[in-house]
Design a protein around this ligand. Sequence first.
Ligand code: SF4
Length: 217
Amino acid sequence: MGDFSSFAREAREALGKKLCAAFLTNGYKSAVYAPFAADAAKLALDMIPEGASVGIPGTVTVRQLGLVEKLEAKKCAVYQHWDPNLAAGDRAGRLKEENSADWFVTSSNAITYDGKMVNIDGTGNRVAAMSWGTGSVLYVVSVNKAMPDLAGALARARDISTPANALRIGSQTPCTKIGHCVDCKSPDRMCRAVLILERPTFGRDTHVIIVGEDLGY
Ligand code: SF4
């Protein structure tokens, strides 16, 4: 019997490298494939200089890599509104700090085979920084978020990312009960702003790390 999992890894690597080529073609400053989460964390830490300020929005992927703790250990000033000690009155200021840091480190709800990013936001802070953050932007995205086209990526963001995120925050949207999107009219609706990045926006360096392991939602 062969090592069946090695074929899956090889296929993921082939797709990951194809995605990196697409992002480079689209103008991303760098796009690198990392087979495992630990490789991705190391690449991110090598990229972000000691002492830099780093904004980390609502992203499960970046936290699964342990980047908050690792960046703090590197004397970076990490701004995150998911900080459990953050007072409610400080949330707005923290969101501004997040979005104006030297680096904004995030993931993406979905990506396409031709190098587009698709993201859905409720508050709008994350998609704002993705398109108009003042510092450099780094995306760390698992290859399992890649879809063949824009329609598939939008469907993934709605049907896979959002129900899990809604459950995470205790939202009462219908997708938390049935596990897919019904384009709800709930007051809790998470899907309020949709950003499709066809190319990285002008005025900032934007980087991508594609990871061979499943991460995030
Ligand atoms: S529109 Fe509503 S049901 Fe659909 S994913 Fe968003 S929050 Fe869930």
